[in-house]
Design a protein around this ligand. Sequence first.
Ligand SMILES: *Cc1c(COP(=O)(O)O)cnc(C)c1O
Length: 411
Amino acid sequence: MRHITSKLIHGSSGKEDQQYRSLKTPIYQTASYDFESAEDAEKAFRGESEAYIYSRIGNPTVTELEKRLALFSNADNALCVSSGMAAVSNVFLTLCSSGDNIITSPYLFGNTWSFFAKTLKEFNVEVRFVDLENPEEIERNIDRNTRAIFMEVLTNPQLIVYDFEAISHIASDKNIPLIADNSVLTPYIFESKNLGVDIEIFSNTKFISGGATSIGGTILCYPSDKWAAVPKLAEQYDKFGQQAFYKRMHKEIYRNTGACLSPNSAFLQLLGLETITLRIDRICENALKTAEFLNDSDKVQHVDYPALKGAKYCDLTQKFLKGKSGCLINLELDGKENCFRFMNNLEMIRRGTNFCDNKSMIIHPASTIFWDTPAKEKELMKINDNMLRLSVGLEDVSDIIDDIQQALYKL
Ligand SMILES: *Cc1c(COP(=O)(O)O)cnc(C)c1O
C-alpha cells in the first residue's frame, strides 16, 4: 500500500481485531484493565510493558485511531484528546511557563483566541498577536522567552493563506517551535511535515469525525531538536531527544488535564478516516463550483474562496494547498438585514455553526460567534455585518446552487 486512502482504510497492521478477526476496530468501552499477575501490574505502572492500565491514560480503540492519524500525517507520534480545544490547551501547557511568550495572529478560532488572551494571560504567558503575513513583524516580536509561533493553516472566517515557507524559515532560523492548527484542511491538503511544522493539532470534530458525529482532537509530533532550547523540556530532551515534547505531554499534561478521548468517539472517527479523502475531494469540488456561482451573481457583493481563480490567496493555495481550500466560503450581501433574509430563505442549506459537515450550513458570524466581541476587535478580526460564512457540504452541487439561487432571487 503506497497511497493515503488505502492506508487510512486498512491501517498499518491490517489487523483491527486479533481475537475474532472483526474488520472494524472494536470499541473497548472500559475504564480499567485486568493484570495477569501482580508482577505485570508493577511492570505496567513502571512503563516497562505496553499493557493498558486505565482509559484516561490509554485505550486500545483510541490507540488504533492514533496509529491511523500518524500514518495520515507521517508524524512520529499522535495523541488523541477529547476536543480540538483540549489539543490546543495540552500543547501550550506542555510548552509554556510563567514569563514566556507566544507569537500568533489575531485571526484565530474563537476559543483559541480566548485561551490565549484570557486563560494563558492569567498564568503570565504573554500572547503577541501580530501580522503573520509580515515576516519583519514576526522577527521583531521574537525574544529569548518566545516558545512558539502558532498559526491556523486556513484562518476562519477570514480565509487567509499564509506564506508558510516564509514563516517556517523564521521559525527554523530563530530555533522557535512552529505549531499549526490544521483543523480546516487536514493532512490530506496541508502537509505540515514538509513545511517544517514541529507540532500539528486539529479538531477531529471537523473532517475526521466523518461529518460532525463526535467531538475530538489530535496532537501530532514531528521530530524536532528545538525542544533542547525550551527550559521546561530540557530534562526530557536529555532523556528522550526529539521525542521530548511528546513524552512530557503524554506522561504528565494529558493525564493531569484528563483530556482523554472516549472510545466510542474514537470508533466514529476511525470510520470517518476511511472516507475522509473522498469527502474532502467532493466538498472541495462542490465549494469551488458554489464559489464560482456566487462570484457571478450580481446580488452578491463579494466572495472569498481561496481556491477561486483570481482570488487574493489563489497562488498560495496552488503552492501550499494543492489548489484546494476546503469547505468554507465567505460571501457579502448588502447589510445585516439582507444577510438574515437570505439565510431565512434557504430551504435545504441549514443554519448552524459547525463546518466540514456532510450537510451544507450557513451562519452570520457578527451576530452569533462574535456577538459579544467589542467593535474594535471585530474590525481587527475583519468581521462585519455584511458577511455570511457558508460551509459547503456533500450534497449534489446543483441542489446547493439551486437553493442559493432561489434564496438570492427572493431578496
Ligand atoms: C473547531 C476548531 C477548533 C476547536 O475544536 P473543538 O473540537 O470544537 O474543540 C480549534 N481550531 C480550529 C481551527 C477549529 O476549526
